[in-house]
Structure formats: structure tokens, C-alpha cells
Ligand binder design. Structure first.
Ligand SMILES: CCC[C@H]1O[C@@H](n2cnc3c(N)ncnc32)[C@H](O)[C@@H]1O
Length: 483
């Protein structure tokens, strides 16, 4: 299929929309003008992008959980509990796994079973099966803005119903919700699907309704070098802006070394702004999100709070606009509302205490920022070259060439050659560059940092370091030292 980074024409969009809205019966009562009017009835204090902008002006780091259960009344009560007992500034609606794979019949079964057993038999809220009316009943019952969080390669219908249903923010992208989530969705296909989603947001923007969009920052959440996740975030930002998106939150998943984490988020913010301005998108607003540790969690709840607080501290010191909060039940599965609220309050305590501290100009952070910025320019420059200036074409070619390569991703379209390992202070470095187009200086830098660790551990730089690092966190460590 031919893809390009051109704005989809209205004719082409509305022709495709007929097919999209016919994918499930709830799509039939979606009317664009009626949904625009409904969105315009949502007050400013409940609009996601507005609250993010306010936080930027007030130099606050907002807190947001993940949360989603099968039945509407329970989901509503859960979110009300999280904004009152959890003091959440922003709310989610995490969508269930069947919906993420467009398996609406199985989601329907999950709803029926949940009603029979009065337990959530889905791991999230099945937005498509419920449709706009039930979604409006949920979103209008809350005081805070609500965002849809999911992991859907083909999210076209989900986008339609989410926005018509009163959600004012929407996570995901054609790369970040494909490569880490799916084995065999082609990149061309998911980029095209997400251009549809972003074009829809662009049409709402043109009608006077701003919807916040958030590429999924952490990717596989396992030892992802900042230059890789940051480059994907910038690419999804450019693809979204081309379709008319005006409000974007770019994100990064905590890796655990404070200097590197602060530098990564700061560099992401700066370069996203630079690239948008370079291509004439000065009117696109940029905010940032820091994801607390996405790797394995300790079972012990007190230790889990240690990990959560560490993520809260890094987010606050990086001056992230918002932080996505984990729970002390992370190692067990879908958390209780009490555990979810406790993770939020622990996070709020730390972000409030650190509100007046800013680590972005610490010399070591500036040095790390320089490294990440250089790496991102190497990668993004090669993507632009491969696409002859078209970032959609370039992205597809970059994955084929391994120029974009996401460690530990299940996708068969991902090269899987770039291999990360931690250096002696826990920063994520590259053990094997794969085909990442990094300069010799950068390659030498990574090697030097890994050699430092090898000397300290009295063992050669090897793949064993990667294995040890993957298992380290569950054992309470960052660097996987030899036994
Ligand atoms: C990429 C997101 C993975 C994270 O998303 C959390 N997550 C998934 N589904 C729910 C849910 N229904 N309620 C609260 N947290 C949830 C997992 O724990 C994991 O950390």
C-alpha cells in the first residue's frame, strides 16, 4: 500500500469513514457535527489539553493513573475514587485487550460474563462495544479530564467512539502501538490507520474542538535507549501534526538512572519543539509525560512503593508535565482501586515535595542531553534521507533497514539487532548497535561506558550483561551484577 506524510483529503477520509463506522453497530450512531457540539459542551476545566497547559504555566507535574474495568457503573466508581481518594489530576480509561485487537465479539462475551459474575472479566473498559452514549455517561460523571489509553494497531473506530464519547485525550500511534504490541501488523498499515485517527482529530480541531494526542513513549518498556524511544515520539508527532493535530504530549519510560532519565525527557521536549518548528508547526502545543518504571516490579508492596516513588522523583526533577503512576499491585495484575489510589498519593507526595527543584541544568544532565540529542539527530536524519523528506515513507524504510530498531519488540517487521545493556551507573547503553546510524564518536562512547562496567565486574562486555539487567529489577537492583 502507498503511504505518504500528506494530509488525507476530506473526500478520501469520509469515504474511508463509511467503512470504519460500519465495523461495529455502535459506529452507526456517530455523527460528526453532533459529536463536535457535544465536545463543545465540555467545560474547559474538563479538557485534557487545557489542564496540561495550565500545569506548564504553574510548573506543576500532574499525576495520572491507568485504570479500566469491564462494567460502566464500576468503571465510573473506580475513576471517581481515583480522582477523590487518589487525588488524580488526570484520569484514564484503559481499554481491554480484546478491543485493542478489534475482537468486539469476545469483548461482548466479556461484558456478559462480567454482568453474570459481577466481576470485571475484562482487563479494561470496552469502549467500542458500549458506544458513545455509555461513554458520555462515564466521562460526564467525573470532575477531571479523561484520556483513552490502550494499545491498538487499528484504532480507527475506537478513536471515533472515544471522541464522540466525551474523552478529550487519546494515546497511541502507528509505530508505538504496533511494534511493541503486535507480531504481524505491517507498519504501512498501522501508520495509515493512525493517520486516519489523527486526521479525525484534525477535523475536530478545524471545527474548534482541541483533542490532546499522546504517542506511547515507553515502547516495550525494557531497557529502551532514550534515543530510540525519543526518535519514535518525534516521528509520531510529525505524522500527527501533518494530519492537523495541534496538542501533543510526548513521553518517555523511566530507565532508572536519574541523570539519563532527566536528560532523556528534557531532550525529548526540546527536540520535539525543534522538529515541529522546522516543519512550520509553530502552532502545535507540546507537553511531556514521564512513565514510572515499566519493567518488572517487586511483589512486596513496600518495595513497590519504593519503585513508584523513585519514578515520581525522576518525573518531578525532569519537570515533566505529567507522570503516569504505577501501583503496589503491579507485580500481581489489575490493581484494586485502593492500591491504585495509594500509588497516586505516594506520587503526589514526592512530586509536591520536589516541585521547586529542577535537575535539567545539572552539568551531568547537560552532558547526557548532548549525547541523546546527537543520537536522535543521527537517527531522524537517516529516516528523513530514506524517505526523501517524507517521514511516513522514511519510517517504513528505516524499520526495514534497522535504522529504527526497538529492543525486545515482538513485531516481525522489527530488526531486533540493536541490543541494550546498562553501564556501571545503570544508564542504558548499546551493547550492539545493529544498524542504528550512530556516529563513530557515539559508538565509541557506548563501548567505553560498557567497558567501565566490565572492568568493575571483572568480566568481558557480553550479552550476559543484558540478561542480568533484565532480571535485576525484580530482585531489587538496577544493574545486573554477576552472581
Ligand atoms: C503499557 C501499559 C502497561 C501497564 O498498564 C497497566 N495496566 C494495564 N491495564 C490496567 C488496568 N486495567 N488498571 C490499571 N493498570 C493497568 C499495567 O499494570 C502495566 O503497568
Amino acid at each position: 500500500m502507498e503511504i505518504s506524510n500528506q494530509k488525507i483529503s476530506e473526500d478520501a477520509f469520509f469515504a474511508e469513514r463509511k467503512e470504519v463506522l460500519g465495523q461495529w453497530h455502535t459506529g452507526r450512531d456517530i455523527d460528526f457535527d453532533e459529536a463536535v457540539a457535544y465536545q463543545k459542551s465540555i467545560p474547559a476545566e474538563k479538557r485534557f489539553g487545557a489542564k496540561l497547559q495550565k500545569a506548564t504555566e504553574e510548573r506543576r507535574t500532574l499525576i495520572q493513573p491507568r485504570a479500566g474495568v469491564a462494567l460502566p457503573e464500576e468503571h465510573k466508581k473506580l475513576l471517581q475514587f481515583l480522582e477523590t481518594e487518589g487525588e488524580a489530576d488526570l484520569l484514564p480509561t484503559t481499554v481491554d485487550s480484546y478491543t485493542r485487537l478489534n475482537r468486539y465479539h469476545e469483548a461482548e462475551t466479556g461484558i456478559e460474563k462480567s454482568k453474570e459474575t459481577n466481576r470485571s472479566m475484562l482487563n479494561g473498559f470496552p469502549i467500542v462495544n458500549y458506544g458513545k452514549t455509555i461513554c458520555r455517561d462515564v466521562t460526564s460523571a467525573l470532575k477531571s479530564p479523561v484520556q483513552v489509553r490502550h494499545g491498538t494497531p487499528d484504532a480507527r473506530l475506537l478513536t471515533e467512539i472515544s471522541i464522540a464519547g466525551g474523552f478529550t485525550s487519546y494515546e497511541g500511534g502507528g509505530i508505538s502501538y504496533n511494534i511493541p504490541y503486535s507480531k504481524s501488523h505491517s507498519i504501512e498499515k498501522t501508520i495509515a490507520h493512525w493517520q486516519y485517527a489523527d486526521r479525525l482529530v484534525g477535523l475536530y480541531e478545524e471545527a474548534g474542538v482541541s483533542i490532546n494526542r499522546e504517542p506511547f513513549g515507553p515502547l516495550t518498556g525494557t531497557l529502551i535507549p532514550p534515543c530510540i524511544s525519543n526518535s519514535v515520539a518525534v516521528l509520531e508527532t510529525l505524522l500527527a501534526a501533518a494530519q492537523g493535530v495541534k496538542d501533543i504530549t510526548v513521553g518517555y519510560g523511566q530507565c532508572g538512572n536519574l541523570i539519563q532519565d532527566v536528560a532523556a525527557l528534557h531532550t525529548l521536549n526540546v527536540l520535539t519543539r525543534d522538529y515541529l518548528d522546522k516543519y512550520g508547526y509553530q502552532d502545535v502545543r507540546v507537553t511531556t509525560v514521564f512513565h514510572q518504571w515499566m519493567g518488572g516490579f517487586p511483589q512486596d508492596e513496600a518495595k513497590a512503593f519504593g519503585v513508584i516513588s523513585w519514578g515520581a522523583a525522576a518525573a518531578a526533577l525532569a519537570k515533566a508535565t505529567k507522570v503516569i503512576v504505577k501501583t503496589p499491585h503491579e507485580a500481581m495484575g489489575v490493581p484494586t482501586k485502593e492500591a491504585n489510589a495509594a500509588g497516586l498519593r505516594a506520587t503526589k507526595q514526592v512530586t509536591s515535595m520536589l516541585r521547586d527543584q529542577d535537575f535539567r541544568t545539572v552539568p551531568a544532565v547537560l552532558e547526557e542531553s548532548e549525547i541523546i540529542s546527537t543520537e536522535m539527530h543521527c537517527i531522524l536524519g537517516k529516516v528523513e534521507e530514506l524517505g526523501r523528506g517524507d517521514y511516513a515513507v522514511g519510517t517504513v524504510a528505516a524499520f526495514e533497514a534497522g535504522v529504527l530498531d526497538i529492543p525486545f519488540a515482538p513485531s516481525r517487521y522489527n530488526a531486533g539487532k540493536a541490543m541494550p545493556a546498562r553501564d556501571n551507573v545503570g544508564a542504558v547503553r548499546l551493547l550492539d548497535m545493529g544498524a542504528l546510524p550512530l556516529s563513530k564518536d557515539i559508538v565509541d562512547f557506548h563501548r567505553r561506558k560498557l567497558e567501565e562496567r566490565a572492568a568493575f565486574e571483572n568480566r568481558p562486555v557480553s550479552f550476559q550483561m543484558v540478561i542480568d539487567d533484565v532480571y535485576a529489577i525484580g530482585k531489587g537492583f538496577l544493574v545486573g551484577r554477576p552472581r
